[in-house]
Design a protein around this ligand. Sequence first.
Ligand SMILES: *Cc1c(COP(=O)(O)O)cnc(C)c1O
Length: 474
Amino acid sequence: MRGYTEDRQSVLRQLPAVSRLLQEEQVQQAVALHGRELVVECAREVLEQLREQLRRGEVVPADLPTVVQRVLQRVQRWRTPSLRRVLNATGVVLHTGLGRAVLAEAAQRAVAEIAAGHSMLEIDRETGERGDRMEHVRDLLCRLTGAEDATVVNNNAGAVLLAVTALARGKEVIISRGQLVEIGGAFRMPDIIAQSGARLVEVGTTNRTRLSDYERAITSETALILRCHPSNFRIVGFTEEVSPAELAALAHRYQLPVLDDVGSGCLVNTELFGLEHEPTLQESLQSGCDVVTCSGDKLLGASQAGIILGRKELVQNIRRHPLHRALRVDKLTLAALEATLRLYLHPEEAIREIPTLRALTTSAAALRRRAQQLKRRLQRALPDDRVTVRLREGVSEVGGGSLPGQQLPTTLVCLRVDGLGATELAHALRWQEPAVFARIEQDEVVLDPRTLLPGEEELLVQAVRGAVQSVSGR
Ligand SMILES: *Cc1c(COP(=O)(O)O)cnc(C)c1O
């Protein structure tokens, strides 16, 4: 015991001092590159960690070269962005974990341009006076959807919270039990309503709600009827929901507005490209809904935003509410949104240019060709006979709470490495640069070409090679 303690003491004593570390050439280079302060702090932290480990009796290498490497790694970690670009091979087009919509080139350029200089964000060019940042998107949104007025906030959850607060605080909001949904873990309709200060009045049952259920619930306390797109699930079988048009007609007989949270915010008819019908913003407004909200970064394919459309007086009330300022969108979001909306003025161009729409409209034949090509490239890059690459028919997903249950046929590239589990391989892929996110199915790693962007195939091949080498130790 005594000998062991002495051992530990001697290792502790032999730990290099910060001043000694700073004499090393590599550390001096790090100081030149990253500044003295960060390097010294990292050196202290690494030494403190080592002392702690040694005190606990752990056996850790603590010689000078090892300590230097640990310090350099630590400095590097702090100076490398954590939010990094990755390859999405999951086949989930709107993957919330992977950042939802990829911006169209026009939107990317707009963001870069506005970020790089001063802009006309909130200024009236004519008078030189303070203007309104909504001017850049309001007319566009109205033209594209037929709305009388429009505004934009940080995200759709914020849009719903703001709209319900502005229109129904202290009063009652009626919603069908079939639409009291939770979206993405943290957006729960009942919680949003509670937060708005309105009182929730639930009507109907989970699977069936009739117009008479709504009508019976209307009182002098009612301020709003709310609809919510049940984005990420679907009730099948013995079901009944009231159509937006019927609901709007009922509400208007009682001088009440209808707020429709359509979720995804589609502007084009998804049936045109062989998908199921996703209610569009235009349809919701045409059916008589007074205020409609949606996300900017789902099917619309733009930046994270909450879009609010509808009747002029109501949108004005919403815009004047203090929460509107609290949920304000920034200029980069607006730049991306504006550029994306301008693409929709020419719908064929929108479908060609917006990556989300492009991914959804890629034909099964084109995906099969891309999968075959990817397979050939992988086989060339991985001559190792322990690696098996094969193709299989499968399905991609829309994701992002859009078109729930819609199956998109695709061809999957399946990877198997002898003696290696799929979980291990998928983990190794996530630690490549760029990281690759894939799916695991039937104990295989599967890569879906649908969500790969142009030019990413080569990066994917390199990443797979790197991952296989890293786990097979050569
Ligand atoms: C996705 C979704 C939301 C939340 O939108 P965010 O933009 O992520 O805040 C709200 N309502 C519906 C119906 C949705 O699908």
